[in-house]
Design a protein around this ligand. Structure first.
Ligand code: NI
Length: 173
């Protein structure tokens, strides 16, 4: 297990489209997932995608119990998803002030579909399928975007609704 350096916005590797995992239950895949959890927990993140640590594979993790970076949001089950896909279940959008470990210290307001169904596999190759709404749906879609080289800063509702956490808090956003 190891904490890996997290790439930051500006690094072109964050803009690549990641490739599917072809073989499950390998030592390499399990080590990748373990390293991702250790890296996410060390950074107090709600989620992490493999390309954020420079591995261009379609692997994401997320989970929120009590997160000091997101004190007001619902809990999200701790989840590993390999080769994920999703479908939108409803028309309604939901907005959150999102952050990203690759955009440290900042938040921006993003709206995304509020109800989705996602599916994928765990690291052993067992299928995972779940309906999600609220922050759970947003976290999934945020991490999924990383697999396609998209950052939340690409999806700001209004470029003015973006800034440093401390300044936004001072302005009571
Ligand atoms: Ni992110």
């Amino acid at each position: 297990m190891a904490i890996r350096p997290i790439l930051r916005i500006g690094d072109p590797r964050l803009r690549e489209i990641s490739q599917p995992v072809e073989v499950f239950d390998t030592p390499e895949l399990h080590e990748l997932v373990e390293d991702m959890f250790e890296t996410m927990e060390a950074a107090d993140g709600a989620g992490l995608a493999a390309p954020q640590i420079g591995v261009p594979r379609r692997v994401m993790i997320f989970g929120v119990e009590h997160n000091s970076r997101y004190p007001d949001v619902d809990t999200v089950p701790t989840t590993v998803l390999v080769n994920p896909e999703f479908t939108v279940l409803g028309e309604e959008a939901e907005g959150f002030w999102e952050g990203c470990l690759s955009v440290p210290g900042m938040r921006g307001y993003v709206e995304r579909p509020g109800r989705i169904r996602y599916r994928g596999f765990d690291a052993f190759g067992n299928p995972v399928e779940r309906d999600a709404d609220g922050f759970h749906a947003t976290v999934f879609q945020h991490e999924y975007d990383h697999l396609d080289g998209i950052l939340y800063t690409d999806r700001l509702v209004d470029p003015k609704m973006f800034g440093f956490v401390e300044e936004l808090a001072a302005a009571e956003r």
